[in-house]
Ligand binder design. Structure first.
Ligand SMILES: CC(=O)SCCNC(=O)CCNC(=O)[C@H](O)C(C)(C)COP(=O)(O)OP(=O)(O)OC[C@H]1O[C@@H](n2cnc3c(N)ncnc32)[C@H](O)[C@@H]1OP(=O)(O)O
Ligand SMILES: O=C([O-])CC(=O)C(=O)O
Length: 379
C-alpha cells in the first residue's frame, strides 16, 4: 500500500493558481475578476462579462464595440456543419449533439498551434460566437425545422433566443436570458473547468478543450442537474407532498437535485439572483405550480438539510426560469454551456500562460508481480 494520502474528488486540493473568479463559500460571495457576479448580472451584458473574464478588466467602449463586432461576424456555421447536425439522431441529447458539433467545428478552423496568442484569440472568438448557433441549430433541426441563420444586429442573448424560436425576445426576456448567461459564465475550479484545464494542459486544440468540458458539464452531478431538478419537481407533484417526499429521499440516501455544493455551505448567491428573476417574471403572470413546489422544497430542506450545509445551488432555480421562457428542459444544460464557454476559455488561456501537463498520482491498491498463466492451463 502506498503511503500517499488520497483526497477523493480532490476536495480542498489546489490544482492551479487562478485570477479569474473568487468564491467565499461561507458568505455566498462570487466575484468575476473582483466584481460581484450579482452586480454583473444586473448591470453588465454577457459580452462585456466575457471580455472581463478573458482579459481581466472591463473593456473600454472601443474594445467592447470591437469585441461585439468580432463575435457577431463569427456566428454563422458552415453549411457542411449544418449537414452534420442534420445527420445526428433527432432523439439524441442536445448536450451530446453539442459535444460532437463543437469537436467538428474545430475541423473547419484548425488551430493546433496553441503557442500563438493570435490563433488562440481567434479560436476564443469563434467558440464563444458559435456555441449558441450550434445549440439552436440542433434544437430546430431535431424538430424537422430549418436552422435559423444568426443576425448580426442582435446581441448575444437576443440572437440566441431568435435562433431558437424564430422571433425576437421582449426586452424583459432578453434581459433575463442575458442575466442567466452572466450568472453561469464562470465558477473557478468546477469539474468542467478542471476538465478544460487538464485537456488544455496537453496542448490539445481549443475545440477539443471545449468539447471535453461540454462532456463533463453534462453529468447530473454538475450542469446536468438543472434538467434533473424539473423532473424531481414533477415527481413531487404538489406542495402538500414535499415534506413526505423529502423525508423519504433523505431516508433512502437519494441526492436532492439542485441542492448541495462542494464550496458553498450556504445558499448559492446565483440561486438567490435566479430566484429574484423568477419572482419578477411571476409578479405579472402569477407563480406556476412548479415554482410553488420549489419554494416549499427549499423551505422544508432548510430544516432537514440546512444543518448539514446543504442549500440550493445554481441549478435549482434556473430550470424554472428557463421553462417560463418556453425553453425545452433538455436545452437547460446546453444553455449553461453557451455561458460557461467564457469561463472555460478564460481558464484555458490562463493555463497556457504557465502550462505544465496535469499528471497526478494514484494510491495503488491492485496486485503486483502476478504470474501469467497460459490460456490452456486456465479453467
Ligand atoms: C453547476 C453545478 O455543478 S452545481 C451542483 C449541481 N449538482 C447537483 O445539484 C446534484 C446534487 N448535489 C450533489 O450531488 C453534491 O452536493 C455535489 C456533487 C454538488 C457536491 O458533492 P460533494 O462536495 O462531493 O459532497 P458530498 O457528495 O460528499 O456530500 C457531503 C454529504 O452531504 C450529502 N449531500 C450532498 N449533496 C446532497 C444532496 N443534493 N442531497 C442529499 N444529500 C446531499 C452527501 O450525501 C454527504 O452525506 P454523508 O456525509 O452523510 O455521506
Ligand atoms: O463549482 C462547482 O463545483 C459547480 C458549480 O457551481 C459551477 O460549475 O457553476
Amino acid at each position: 500500500m502506498s503511503e500517499m494520502e488520497l483526497r477523493p474528488g480532490l476536495a480542498d486540493v489546489p490544482v492551479a493558481e487562478s485570477a479569474i473568479s473568487f468564491i467565499d463559500g461561507k458568505r455566498a460571495r462570487l466575484e468575476y475578476r473582483g466584481i460581484a457576479a450579482e452586480t454583473l448580472a444586473k448591470e453588465s451584458s454577457f459580452e462585456e462579462t466575457t471580455w472581463l473574464l478573458l482579459k481581466g478588466d472591463l473593456p473600454t467602449q472601443k474594445e467592447l464595440a470591437e469585441f461585439n463586432h468580432d463575435l457577431r461576424s463569427r456566428r454563422k456555421l458552415k453549411y457542411k456543419l449544418i449537414d452534420l447536425i442534420k445527420s445526428l439522431p433527432e432523439n439524441g441529447h442536445p448536450m451530446d449533439a453539442l459535444q460532437s458539433s463543437v469537436s467538428a467545428l474545430g475541423m473547419f478552423y484548425p488551430s493546433r498551434d496553441v503557442g500563438n496568442y493570435a490563433n488562440n484569440w481567434e479560436a476564443t472568438l469563434r467558440l464563444t460566437a458559435s456555441l449558441p448557433t450550434l445549440v439552436a441549430a440542433f434544437s430546430r433541426i431535431r424538430n424537422g425545422d430549418e436552422a435559423i441563420e444568426p443576425r448580426e444586429d442582435l446581441d448575444h442573448a437576443a440572437n440566441f433566443y431568435y435562433m431558437m424560436f424564430g422571433k425576437e425576445p421582449s426586452a424583459a426576456t432578453r434581459k433575463v436570458l442575458d442575466a442567466c448567461l452572466i450568472l453561469h459564465a464562470e465558477h473557478n475550479m468546477n469539474a468542467s473547468t478542471f476538465t478544460a484545464r487538464v485537456t488544455g494542459s496537453t496542448l490539445a486544440n481549443p475545440y477539443s478543450v471545449v468539447s471535453a468540458a461540454v462532456g463533463s458539464l453534462s453529468g447530473p452531478l454538475h450542469g446536468g442537474a438543472n434538467e434533473e431538478v424539473l423532473g424531481m419537481l414533477d415527481a413531487i407533484g404538489t406542495k402538500a407532498n414535499v415534506q413526505s417526499w423529502l423525508e423519504n429521499a433523505i431516508a433512502t440516501k437519494a441526492k436532492i437535485m439542485g441542492f448541495g455544493h462542494r464550496v458553498y455551505k450556504v445558499k448559492d448567491p446565483r440561486a438567490t439572483v435566479l430566484q429574484e428573476l423568477a419572482e419578477n417574471m411571476f409578479a405579472e403572470t402569477g407563480r406556476p405550480a412548479k415554482y410553488e413546489v420549489a419554494i416549499e422544497l427549499e423551505r422544508v430542506a432548510n430544516g432537514l438539510l440546512g444543518p448539514k450545509g446543504i442549500y440550493p445551488n445554481v441549478d435549482f432555480f434556473s430550470g424554472v426560469v428557463y421553462q417560463s421562457l418556453g425553453i425545452p428542459t433538455d436545452l437547460f444544460t446546453p444553455i449553461f454551456a453557451v455561458a460557461r464557454v467564457a469561463g472555460w476559455l478564460a481558464h484555458w488561456l490562463e493555463q497556457l500562460k504557465n502550462n505544465r501537463i496535469y499528471r497526478p498520482e494514484q494510491v495503488f491498491v491492485g496486485k503486483t508481480n502476478v504470474d501469467y498463466i497460459p490460456l490452456e492451463k486456465r479453467p
